[in-house]
Structures are given as structure tokens and as C-alpha cells.
Design a protein around this ligand. Sequence first.
Ligand code: FES
Length: 56
Amino acid sequence: MQLPIRSSCRRGLCGSCSVVLVKGTLDDVCSVVEDGKVYSCKSYLLSDAEIHIKYT
Ligand code: FES
């Protein structure tokens, strides 16, 4: 499923695509996590997941 998540750099640098992973498993090698937030442009899920997206 594709979700409408804002993004900018799409390189794991700016954080504009960050979401909160509530449930699910990320690939630890290929994912970018900073301050508890997952940069969705550079992260890969290994399972079904629940995420929280903040729209401002
Ligand atoms: S779009 Fe910049 S970190 Fe994801």
C-alpha cells in the first residue's frame, strides 16, 4: 500500500518524511531512524506495520 507522506530530499537527510512506527519490524541495515522517528524515504519494512503520520 502506498501512503501520501510528505518528502523532500528522499535521501534520508531532511526528516520531512518522518513517521512514528507503532507496530512492525524494520530492516535495521537499510533503514534510517533518528530520535525515535523513522525516515520513510529510506526505510524498509519487513512486516505489516502501524505508523503514525503527522500532517501539519
Ligand atoms: S525526504 Fe528527506 S529524509 Fe526523507
